[in-house]
Design a protein around this ligand. Structure first.
Ligand SMILES: NC(=O)c1ccc[n+]([C@@H]2O[C@H](COP(=O)([O-])OP(=O)(O)OC[C@H]3O[C@@H](n4cnc5c(N)ncnc54)[C@H](O)[C@@H]3O)[C@@H](O)[C@H]2O)c1
Length: 448
């Protein structure tokens, strides 16, 4: 693509012009990747009065948005629809729309390969497309969680091939996404936004951009700091969950109720923060992001030992849960093989519909492998598709009927809209991995 190079006076004004467009809300906002992160962000900027264009390779998502209907639980159709109707938000699969955009946020997946190495293919593909349409005065911000160095080592050279100069002609930042799906108190607009640019001008204009739609913006000194912030946050969670899972295994062995221990410890007003054990890690972030960090630091000769250890302990939890089910059945003189086990809840956490990396999938797989007949229920997940873990598609059944029919119920996700007292009444035996039955006393209950 041919790029017109601004003269000295125009160079001076790239930043000025962009600032003005942002402050007057006349900037054309582009969001690449319209998933759990990208769509809420697009909606927030559209609500702030910007004209927003989402770009996604998934034509179903593009169609859904343009018809005003949402596929993301945290974005009600009642909010999305009017924005589309008012012409504030539209979607396309055509990257040439980037040529008209003043700002572009990138929120595409960053999964792990089977080898636990970062899979940067989505970021690279998206950036290759954006690079074709980069133009003077454009601000690009990567939001996908990634290893420190991605923005300056991987993205910047792709954009600089245009001949444009970062910090003068165009502006490049990293800003980690902290969205917590299903959290009623904190959503995109009121979660503080960290942003770091390649140059001070990049940081300044990136912070100015977010401050138009997000309550609090936290500028940091570089893209690498911003990338590392996200990895610190998620590594902190992953390791603390690993620690508390190990404490749970210890308590189980020596006959102590770990939940009671945590609740009592959490009364300490300083120096302690409760984390809770469970059936294993799930979601697109906590089980994955720390391995982006360990991959990067390995290249610098540092083994991320806490991450590896927590990863191992967390990865053992589905096996521990299945052992627990087997032992509970054995105590009732029933073998696991041939028994009917009902998995209650398959989403990776409470009150959401996301099953990515959910430990429930491993638990269903392991139970099946040991010969159990497995059913599941989940008010948010009507069906499970066969994937790398599950060998066949499954349909959800009614939770109360499932509990009545089963030899053992295993609570894997503690959704709020389940009547747990009724489950206890119906079931013969229950393994509770989430303390969903807190306060209910029954001989039928086996707690993690
Ligand atoms: N889901 C979360 O709770 C969460 C929270 C914080 C950070 N993140 C991070 O944000 C990033 C995005 O996660 P997500 O949960 O929104 O993923 P997602 O899978 O829900 O959405 C990603 C979207 O990108 C699209 N896409 C893929 N390749 C593309 C390309 N080349 N061009 C345009 N679109 C493309 C997909 O079709 C999809 O719609 C990841 O790096 C993730 O780690 C996610």
């Amino acid at each position: 693509m041919e790029i017109s190079y601004p003269n000295e006076v125009q160079l001076e004004s790239c930043l000025q012009q962009l600032r003005h467009k942002i402050q007057s809300h006349q900037a054309q906002v582009g969001i690449v990747g319209l998933g759990y992160v990208g769509l809420p962000l697009a909606v927030e900027f559209a609500r702030a009065g910007f004209a927003v264009t989402g770009v996604d390779i998934d034509s179903n998502k593009v169609k859904a948005i343009n018809s005003g209907s949402s596929y993301i639980q945290d974005v009600p159709t009642s909010v999305l629809g009017p924005l589309v109707e008012a012409g504030k938000l539209r979607a396309t699969a055509d990257f040439s729309a980037i040529a008209e955009m003043d700002t572009v946020n990138i929120a595409v997946p960053t999964p792990l390969r089977k080898t636990k190495d970062p899979d940067m293919s989505y970021v690279v593909n998206a950036c290759e497309e954006i690079a074709k349409y980069i133009h003077p005065g454009m601000l690009a911000i990567l939001e996908s969680t990634t290893y420190p160095g991605t923005t300056d080592e991987l993205m910047l050279p792709m954009f600089e091939r245009s001949g444009l100069v970062v910090g003068e002609d165009f502006f490049l930042c990293f800003s980690p996404e902290r969205v917590d799906p299903g959290n009623p108190n904190f959503q995109t607009a009121n979660i503080p936004k960290v942003v770091g640019g390649i140059t001070p001008a990049c940081t300044e204009v990136g912070a100015l951009f977010y401050s138009q739609a997000i309550e609090k913006v936290v500028p940091v000194g570089s893209t690498r700091v911003a990338e590392m912030v996200k990895l610190l946050e998620n590594t902190f969670r992953m390791i603390n969950i690993g620690l508390v899972n190990e404490i749970a295994l210890m308590c189980d062995r020596i006959g102590i109720n770990v939940w009671e221990v945590i609740d009592a410890a959490a009364t300490k007003p300083f120096g302690f923060m409760p984390f809770y054990p469970g059936p294993g890690l799930g979601g697109h972030c906590i089980p994955i992001d720390p391995f982006y960090l360990s991959w990067k630091t390995k290249q610098a000769g540092i083994e991320a030992r806490f991450i590896e250890l927590a990863g191992y302990i967390n990865g053992q939890m589905p096996h521990f849960v299945v052992d627990k089910v087997q032992n509970a059945l054995n105590d009732h003189t029933k073998p696991l093989k041939g028994s009917r086990v009902h998995v209650l809840g398959v989403a990776y956490k409470r009150d959401i519909d996301d099953v990515r990396e959910s430990p429930a999938l491993d638990i269903i797989h392991l139970l099946g492998k040991r010969g159990a007949e497995v059913t599941y229920s989940d008010p948010f997940v009507p069906r499970l598709r066969a994937d790398g873990v599950l060998s066949h598609d499954m349909e959800a059944i009614d939770p109360y009927h499932g509990s009545l029919e089963a030899d053992c119920v295993v609570i894997v996700t503690d959704h709020k809209n389940i009547d747990y007292r009724k489950i206890v009444e119906q079931a013969r035996l229950i393994v509770d991995t989430r303390n969903a039955l807190k306060g209910i006393a029954s001989q039928k209950i086996v707690r993690l």
